[in-house]
Ligand binder design. Structure first.
Ligand code: SAM
Length: 287
């Protein structure tokens, strides 16, 4: 067990986790500015990007790069500096550090070294999107970016399909339409909301069914997006009431080969294998 009293006097430095705006610079908090001004060093995902923010707020603190490709090398350096009594603020390019961004390993290393880790509240795309989504705000599940590999993506979606909480994903505009179609194939038809370009001039909310949003995304996906999908209806239906693709995906996630899973689902539903194969692969129905 470990008990951290964040604001007691410490001989070591403190690791501050500082959120930065996700579009609108006015969303920088006064405390975030003060902390970035007062620390000895800022560990930034992209120092050039963060320099623009620092210039805007007249912050002159020195920066060090800390991103996914130098995490392992940087952590011992940063922990040594904290032990020497230097205070460090970690920032990512936008929003909360560690949320689909670098940070987690540094936080874990600081905790392992019994160094104080102090988070600041602030901008975050997921929760900002959620409160205007119109979907149930709690319980919710933040997933972040789905795996890109189709088989891994299907397995994750199958595991999420029965969850009754609102599920939040991040997705790039280039994969948005495909991802919405993949979610619909496994979850079945559900209400969903896209939050686009939050806090920016072209902020937009698109609310509808997964199919409607997938069609919209094929035409209009530009900018940054949060995808939110309503949870499964309470009292999860029996497996045979699930969409065919979900039934297959659940079996595959449980370790069955896709061909065996398709055969089993076809048998359970009294269908032809070809129909289940098509449903699983998102192909047109054959007659
Ligand atoms: N750390 C950030 C946070 O706290 O939200 C998330 C960083 S993650 C690398 C970037 C993804 O967050 C984008 O691809 C998009 O899905 C989402 N995102 C970030 N800013 C956004 C915005 N202004 N509007 C909508 N989505 C945004």
């Amino acid at each position: 067990m470990q008990n951290q009293h964040s604001f007691d006097r410490h001989d070591s430095g403190t690791l501050y986790l500082v959120p930065t705006p996700i579009g609108n610079l006015d969303d920088m908090t006064m405390r975030a500015v003060k902390v970035l001004q007062s620390v000895d060093l800022i560990a930034a995902e992209d120092t050039r990007n963060t320099q623009k923010l620092l210039n805007h707020f007249d912050i002159t603190t020195k920066q060090l790069s800390f991103h996914e490709h130098n995490t392992q090398q940087r952590i011992p350096e940063l922990i040594a500096k904290l032990r020497d009594g230097l205070s460090i603020a970690q920032v990512s390019d936008a929003g909360m550090p560690s949320i689909s961004d670098p940070g987690k390993e540094l936080v874990q290393a600081a905790i392992a070294a019994a160094l104080p880790v102090v988070p600041l509240p602030g901008a975050n795309a997921a929760t900002t999107a959620l409160i205007a989504s119109g979907l149930a705000p709690q319980p919710f599940m933040f997933y972040g970016f789905l795996p890109r590999k189709a088989s891994e993506q299907k397995a994750v979606l199958a595991a999420l399909a029965l969850q009754e909480q609102t599920v939040i994903f991040y997705e790039s505009p280039y994969r948005l339409a495909k991802t919405l179609t993949a979610i619909q194939a496994v979850f079945g038809e559900r209400q969903a909301t896209l939050a686009r370009e939050l806090t920016k001039l072209h902020e937009e909310f698109i609310r509808g069914t997964l199919s409607e949003l997938a069609t919209w995304a094929q035409e209009s996906a530009r900018g940054e997006f949060v995808v939110m999908v309503a949870g499964a209806k309470p009292q999860a239906p029996a497996i045979s009431d699930q969409p065919l693709a979900a039934q297959v995906a659940q079996r595959v996630a449980a370790g069955e080969k896709p061909t065996a899973a398709i055969k089993a689902v076809a048998k359970a539903n009294g269908l032809r294998r070809q129909d289940v194969y098509n449903a699983y692969h998102g192909l047109e129905e054959t007659s």
